[in-house]
Design a protein around this ligand. Structure first.
Ligand code: ATP
Ligand code: ZN
Length: 303
């Protein structure tokens, strides 16, 4: 048994993660969720006073919004769509018979006009765009959402459904770049306060296909993405628990968001992988949060 499986097995044996029979899909117990809530509070505290607008979203977005976001061009392999039964009594009868015979019954499911959200900030841009031209200060949003990515894995840190919290800055290049620089500092202070070992490195997204290789190279060359990495799965490389992304005018152009001077807005976000942070804490401080260092418990306000 390799070490990464063994961390997963320990979490399951302790009753912290409930396996579902599908890789990357877990239930969590009260200890896990208490730490999760503590990390959520600490993120709020780290951004307090910045005046971010709070937005919370369900795990799916409108198909139309999803299509316009351009996600399928870059990451078709991760996306999950929602489908439903829309038939009559006869079709229902047939469906039940197919299921009873163990046959495929999914083929007749119809699109529900919903796509599972791949990243929390995708829901934000169309809403901000609808409001018209930005004010001089641009905009700052505190967003969270369940996210789906079809990347089944035995690493407990790579889930198919997980929660992402982000601060998203929309504005001029100077505002957006200052935000990212500031959060790269704050993100490291955050990890330090949690007592986690980490490194920050330039990164790239797993763009699809041959063209994707060029996209990834370009993203690295231009240093558009940094990650704060924490060793969580022994024997493997460290895991990205926070990412700091600079999209330039990608979303500003896509959604026609404009700054006060009429230029396309730039955007950046800092994303916190919530389950990954909880797992990192359990890995480094032990599976019993009651015995964690006092300073860490205080940062999380675990009481
Ligand atoms: P990785 O490089 O590990 O695949 P990513 O670069 O694709 O991660 P982002 O797209 O930047 O991740 O997503 C923002 C944050 O969401 C990440 O920093 C990470 O903490 C978290 N995250 C991403 N994918 C997963 C996943 N499959 N399971 C749990 N958390 C995830
Ligand atoms: Zn984002």
């Amino acid at each position: 048994m390799d070490m990464q499986t063994s961390f997963r097995q320990r979490l399951i044996a302790e009753g912290i993660l409930f396996p579902t029979g599908v890789d990357g899909l877990f239930g969590r117990d009260g200890r896990f969720e208490a730490v999760f809530d503590g990390i959520d509070r600490a993120i709020t505290a780290a951004g307090l006073g910045d005046g971010a607008e709070v937005m919370r979203f369900p795990p799916a977005m409108a198909q139309q919004t999803f299509e316009k976001s351009g996600y399928m061009k870059n990451f078709p392999h991760f996306a999950g769509t929602v489908h439903c039964f829309c038939g009559d009594d006869r079709a229902h009868h047939q469906l039940m018979a197919q299921m009873a015979r163990g046959e495929d019954w999914m083929g007749d499911q119809q699109p529900a006009d919903l796509v599972l959200t791949p990243a929390a900030c995708y829901a934000v841009y169309p809403i901000v765009a609808q409001r018209g031209t930005l004010g001089d200060d641009g905009h700052l949003v505190d967003v969270s959402s369940y996210c789906f990515r079809h990347e089944p894995s035995l690493e407990p840190t790579r889930m198919q459904l997980f929660r992402m919290r982000e601060y998203v800055r929309i504005g001029t290049p100077a505002q957006v770049l200052a935000f990212r620089e500031d959060w790269m500092r704050r993100g490291q202070a955050f990890a330090t306060a949690l007592g986690l070992p980490f490194e920050v490195d330039v990164a790239n997204d797993p763009f699809f296909g041959r063209v994707g290789k060029l996209m990834a190279d370009n993203q690295r060359e231009q240093a558009l993405k940094f990650e704060l990495l924490v060793p969580v799965n022994d024997g493997l490389g460290p895991t990205a628990c926070l990412s700091f992304n600079y999209h330039m005018t990608y979303f500003g152009d896509t959604w026609d968001i404009r700054t006060a001077d009429g230029a396309p807005a730039q955007t950046a976000c800092v994303a916190f992988g919530m389950e990954r942070l909880v797992l990192a804490m359990l890995k480094h401080h032990g599976l019993d949060p009651a015995r964690w260092p006092l300073s860490v418990r205080e940062t999380l306000a675990l009481g």
